[in-house]
Design a protein around this ligand. Structure first.
Ligand code: CMC
Length: 391
């Protein structure tokens, strides 16, 4: 191919150097700045993980306090944005609203769009992390016709998000610690995943010097697809459609059928060819949440049985297809009470931390250049224009 390598889907192209996240797909290892994902999911707060991804080290007590304080100063949205929401149809998909609102932030926060200024970059990063729960909760409130709730900075990052989503102004809202803990884990498990499609999109958008709000909006657009973040919504819809463990073999057969485009949603991964370490924690969390909330959900039975059958099926073994992070997250979110179309919005909320960390790393990299892939041209060779009436 002459001057470049043809690599559709970038299965063997390293696009950058990064010190943020390490994955060993064969061994099922995922480390953020060296720390194993299961330890972070077990022990740290989401704010600690956000700080870790952004700054490279876990924060000391005073650093964490300052960080949490700074994030909480930015949780409100410009009041004019409430009007922006009202321009959408009530039945708009929350991801459609998120793409629009996050992109529109650059029209509101002019003092953090100069990417050559490290201080402005950090303010933009803080704003994005802080405002995302407000933006996602407002998308939900808008869809069900309830009033928007302002953030409450006395709560944790997750507690505040739960209150803005499920609370109403007429009553006090009590954060359920089991749900708060499950959300904390879900957010941590989704915080970063090195050069996945949406993160690569953020980097590519940012490589031209575009402002951070526009870059994150691009990431949200990419995440929406069912092969990526949209898989959590698609996986739960699939489990619901299957409905009964008796129907699982039918769906397994469809997934194996070459002539049927159907895939088992929540299965398979470009990098993990052994297991997805996030899925392990997610499965435990799903079982725990349902048990502690005393919910018996047939969807969990279908999920467990489907996993069992698929893991013992030749096709899935041979192709190294395992449940991924999105397989069990939907079961938890469903139990908490989120409608399926909010699932990917929650993924976007959590992944914003990774996106801004990766974007900052890229902008600070002296080797950073505009991303500009090449192509293999397969179109017509040169020919002469023919006037319309002579064609
Ligand atoms: N069900 C049935 N067959 C599958 C599946 C599946 N979920 N995933 C892959 N395959 C088959 C595929 O048909 C192909 O077979 P063949 O070699 O005979 O053509 C082979 O496995 C390899 O698949 P691929 O599409 O070439 O692999 P990829 O690395 O390009 O795709 C993937 C990875 C995650 C997009 C894909 O596994 C998939 O579509 N999974 C379902 C959607 C999903 O759960 N996505 C979430 C990914 S993890 C979190 C995230 O990124 O948001």
């Amino acid at each position: 191919t002459g001057m470049f390598t043809y690599d559709p889907g970038f299965t063997s192209t390293g696009s950058c150097q990064s010190a943020i996240t390490y994955i060993d797909g064969e061994k099922g290892v995922l480390l953020h700045r060296g720390y194993p994902i299961d330890q972070l999911a077990e022990k740290s707060t989401f704010m600690e993980v956000a700080y870790l991804l952004l700054h490279g080290e876990l924060p000391k007590k005073d650093e964490l306090d300052t960080f949490v304080y700074t994030i909480s100063r930015h949780t409100m949205l410009h009041e004019q944005l409430a009007t922006f929401y009202r321009g959408f149809r009530r039945d708009a998909h929350p991801m459609a609203i998120m793409c629009g609102v996050v992109g529109a932030l650059s029209a509101f926060y002019h003092d953090s769009t100069d990417i050559t200024d490290p201080q402005q970059r950090m303010i933009a990063s803080h704003r994005l992390i802080a405002k995302m729960p407000t933006i996602a909760a407002m998308a939900f409130k808008y869809s069900i016709g309830q009033p928007f709730l302002y953030p409450d900075n006395s709560l944790s990052y997750t507690g505040n998000f739960l209150r803005m989503t499920f609370g109403v102004p007429a009553e006090p809202y009590e954060v359920n610690p089991i749900i708060e803990n499950a959300m904390r884990r879900i957010f941590i498990l989704h915080a970063d995943h090195e050069q996945n499609a949406s993160t690569s999109t953020v980097r590519l958008a940012g490589s031209s010097g575009a402002n951070p709000f526009a870059c994150i909006a691009a990431g949200i657009a990419c995440l929406w697809g069912p092969a990526h973040g949209g898989a959590n919504e698609a996986a739960l819809n699939m489990l619901r459609e299957i409905g009964d463990v008796k129907r699982i073999p039918e769906y397994i057969a469809r997934a194996k059928d070459k002539d049927d485009p159907f895939r088992l949603m929540g299965f398979g991964h470009r990098v993990y060819k052994n297991f997805d370490p996030r899925a392990k924690v997610m499965k435990e969390t799903a079982e725990e949440v349902l048990k502690e909330l005393n919910i018996s959900d047939p969807v969990l039975d279908v999920a467990q049985e489907l996993e069992h059958i698929a893991l013992n099926d030749e096709y899935f073994i041979e192709k190294k297809l395992y449940p991924n992070v999105d397989f069990y997250s939907g079961v938890i979110l469903n139990a908490i009470g989120f409608p399926t179309d909010m699932f990917t919005a929650l993924f976007a909320l959590a992944r914003t931390v990774g996106w801004v960390a990766q974007w900052n790393e890229m902008i600070s990299d002296p080797e950073q250049k505009i991303g500009r892939p090449r192509q293999l041209y397969t179109g017509a060779t040169q020919r002469d224009y023919v006037p319309c009436n002579e064609r």
